[in-house]
Write a protein that binds this ligand. Structure first.
Ligand SMILES: [Zn+2]
Length: 132
């Protein structure tokens, strides 16, 4: 028997509703690098993010994950390849959030300027409004 078949491909720690923690070890021939850490296996959200990580060996990381949608939390050991893909997905998520933030800030500024212009046109703002 191939020695690698006795070695878990992935270990995931789960916290049960009772508070008890269990470890689930994944064996078999499925490619562990196909798991997507940003995807929540409980609720299907793609917003899972790391809350802690540390190397366990030269090419494996122990990562604690949290789903903000259903509050699932777990820890597992993952290959460098899987963690690299997760890191790239987190970068894409950060870029998406920054683009949304820029759009929101721009929309808010546009509304503020429009209100200010409207107030000036209606003589609702005078120099006294700017004195201390
Ligand atoms: Zn979830």
């Amino acid at each position: 028997m191939d020695q690698h078949e006795n070695t878990p491909r992935r270990i995931r720690q789960l916290k049960l509703p009772s508070g008890r923690k269990i470890e689930v070890a994944y064996f078999g021939t499925a490619d562990p690098d196909l798991c997507e850490l940003h995807h929540c296996g409980t609720c299907g959200s793609d917003l899972v993010h790391p809350i802690d990580w540390q190397p366990t060996s030269k090419s494996y990381w122990q990562v604690t994950l949290r789903c903000p949608n259903c509050e699932w939390c777990g820890t597992g050991v993952f290959s460098q390849r899987t963690v690299d893909r997760f890191d790239a997905e987190l970068d894409r998520g950060t870029d998406s959030l920054l683009r949304d933030l820029e759009k929101l800030a721009s929309a808010n500024m546009t509304e503020d300027v429009a209100r200010f212009i409207s107030a000036l046109d209606l003589d609702l703002i005078s120099p006294d409004d700017f004195r201390r």
